[in-house]
Design a protein around this ligand. Structure first.
Ligand code: FES
Length: 137
């Protein structure tokens, strides 16, 4: 049985959809159930998450978990967002059946995957901006 919050978040997700201008996109999946989560973040120059959206191809617990995870990380710094756990998501959702706990873990992993993608993009930008040294030989 699902809590009222899970059902509400599943039926009326606040953060569903893609995002124009996202500078971090993370995708994770669960091989066992085949569900996929995609997290979109807009992170400002100070490392604060301005906005978070998601697309989840999965069960109602996965959709509710990702939606709640988006709310949890909005306004947080990258470091704070990395500390968000599936347990926090579960506490806000009002628990999930034991066989659906992995759905909340997927939400936690999608945050981490998006932040990893953010750093990968930053590294690419940095490499592009570094000019090659002149060889005077
Ligand atoms: Fe796999 Fe929910 S059943 S994410």
């Amino acid at each position: 049985m699902y809590s009222k919050t899970v059902i509400d978040r599943f039926q009326n997700p606040r953060n569903a959809g893609g995002m124009h201008g996202a500078n971090a996109i993370g995708e994770v999946g669960n091989a066992a159930c085949g569900d996929i989560m995609k997290m979109y973040l807009k992170i400002d120059d100070n490392g604060v998450i301005e906005n978070a959206k998601f697309k989840t191809f999965g069960c109602c617990a996965a959709i509710a978990s990702t939606d709640m995870a988006c709310d949890l990380i909005k306004g947080k710094t990258i470091d704070e967002a990395l500390k968000v756990t599936n347990k926090q998501v579960l506490d806000l959702l009002g628990e999930l059946p034991p066989h659906k706990i992995h759905c909340s873990i997927l939400a936690e992993e999608s945050i981490k995957a998006a932040i990893q993608n953010y750093y990968e993009r930053k590294e690419k930008e940095l490499k592009k901006s570094v000019k090659k040294p002149i060889n005077y030989v």
